[in-house]
Design a protein around this ligand. Structure first.
Ligand code: SF4
Length: 450
């Protein structure tokens, strides 16, 4: 049962010692209740209270990490059924399947494609993260050779796939430090796979026909001290997989059924060999609610819409995408180059910089923090006005790089020009720039001539 801040406070030592970096036990308890900090930050809480609070405040879908350090993927930790209720926390990892019976040319092509496919969109690099390595031969040495090749030739996060514990162990012997995902534990091999996972501290896929079977498997894994689990319902019906996916989100969230409180893994090619259909299935489960999706290929024209969908769904709807507040340089600006200023809404930034770059005119672009609001909305909200722009420009010390004291403001906020000149000081001149980004190249070329 969920605990309120006051419930948690009652279980704390109440010494206000500040070891948790909060001024009081009550302040700490309130943050623990919202899930923003972990109870383990209080070193003096009793073990019994710690266990009770950790259990009660744990996210209904357990967070799982695959990989380590800078090369890791976090999935799970979801708290809502619908993105508009709050946000979805961790986007699904996307990867490709290779097997130890693939011919060399096909394998080489997939590994090269894995390394090559990248798309940049609004400043975010989109790429596949995982390679699932499957044993079809049943030969541990052949499996090991494939694992070695994937490890040597890529930096992929790994999913090791076999129902044979011996084969999983053979593969793991080459990559355990990468914390791969073991796929998987079935009702027949569970004890052996759980032992391997425990010894190597790796997450495990529970693989079963329906949710009842999966709940049994996760209970057995948990009692073997294996906590990091993914669910793989192996139903042959796409419709029932969709229903299972929704139930595996709903039951932990709404009915506190912890035995299903884990992210899922999906192989769209389980239902089709048609690539168009495979990607459509993947797209369906990006929306609802796969934690990992493994494809049979990585063609860029299929991945781009999939990545874009993933990015859009997993963008926090309550927080606009923003750019860091600073002065950006384009085309090697010098002391005579123009200085432009605008807000830090990411879309504004990319629209403006696209035009600035295409003009090839050296340019200083000052991006002021407007909390992600567009220029006009920020002006209306009092976040982009003469005072805020002047304060930012002075703090940036950009004037030290300029031979002039001209600053170009967006045409939409022309009316702040007089006040901005006053705020900046008498030697500054404010120039009203274009309203639309598309007019920036001609504006800058005009500047160059003058
Ligand atoms: S460390 Fe524990 S006892 Fe100390 S202030 Fe924080 S919650 Fe209270």
């Amino acid at each position: 049962m969920a605990l309120s801040g006051l419930d948690i406070f009652k279980k704390l030592p109440k010494t206000n010692c500040k070891k948790c970096n909060f001024p009081t036990c009550l302040a700490f308890a309130m943050q623990v209740a919202t899930g923003k900090v972990e109870i383990s930050l209080c070193p003096d809480v009793s073990a019994e209270a710690m266990a009770q609070i950790a259990e009660a405040t744990a996210p209904p879908i357990r967070p799982i990490t695959i990989g380590t350090g800078e090369n890791e993927l976090k999935i799970g930790e979801e708290t809502v059924m619908f993105r508009h209720d709050k946000r979805f926390e961790h986007q699904p990892g996307i990867g490709v399947l290779v097997t130890d019976e693939m011919d060399d040319k096909t394998l080489q092509g997939l590994l090269e494609r894995f390394n090559a496919v990248r798309f940049e969109r609004v400043g975010v690099m989109m790429r596949p993260e995982l390679i699932a390595i499957k044993s079809l031969s049943g030969n541990p040495e052949k499996f090991k050779a494939l694992v070695k090749r994937v490890v040597d030739e890529t930096s992929a996060l790994l999913v090791l796939m076999s129902d044979s514990p011996e084969i999983l162990k053979a593969g793991l012997s080459l990559c355990s430090e990468k914390r791969p995902l073991l796929c998987g534990a079935t009702k027949d091999n569970l004890d052996h796979v759980a032992q391997i996972a425990k010894e190597n501290n790796t997450p495990v896929v529970a693989k079963g026909g329906d949710l009842d079977e999966l709940a049994d498997l996760t209970a057995r894994l948990s009692s073997s001290s294996v906590k990091d689990i993914l669910l793989y319902p192996t139903t042959t019906s796409l419709k029932s997989r969709f229903e299972q996916e929704v139930m595996a989100r709903r039951l932990p969230l709404k009915n506190n059924l912890r035995a299903l409180g884990f992210p899922t893994i999906l192989f769209p090619s389980d239902w089709t060999e048609d690539r168009d259909k495979e990607v459509l299935i993947a797209a369906t489960f990006v929306a609802k609610y796969a934690g990992i999706i493994i494809l049979s290929n990585l063609e860029p024209h299929y991945l781009y819409p999939l990545f874009t969908e993933r990015m859009n769904i997993y963008t926090d709807p309550q927080r606009p995408m923003t750019m860091e507040e600073k002065v950006y340089e384009f085309s090697n600006p010098d002391k005579d180059s123009p200085l432009l200023v605008t807000g830090n809404f990411a879309l504004t930034y990319f629209l403006v910089t696209g035009e600035v770059e295409s003009s090839k005119v050296g340019c200083w672009l000052a991006i002021q923090n407007t909390d992600g609001l567009s220029v006009l909305t920020a002006w209306a909200a009092g976040k982009f006005n003469a005072e805020s722009v002047a304060k930012f420009i002075k703090a940036s010390k950009i004037a030290e790089n300029l031979s002039h004291r001209n600053i170009v403001i967006p045409g939409y906020v022309a009316e702040i020009s007089g006040e901005l000149e006053e705020e900046l000081g008498s030697n500054w001149k404010v120039i009203v720039g274009p309203r639309e980004a598309s007019s920036i190249p001609s504006f800058l070329k005009q500047w160059q001539k003058s």
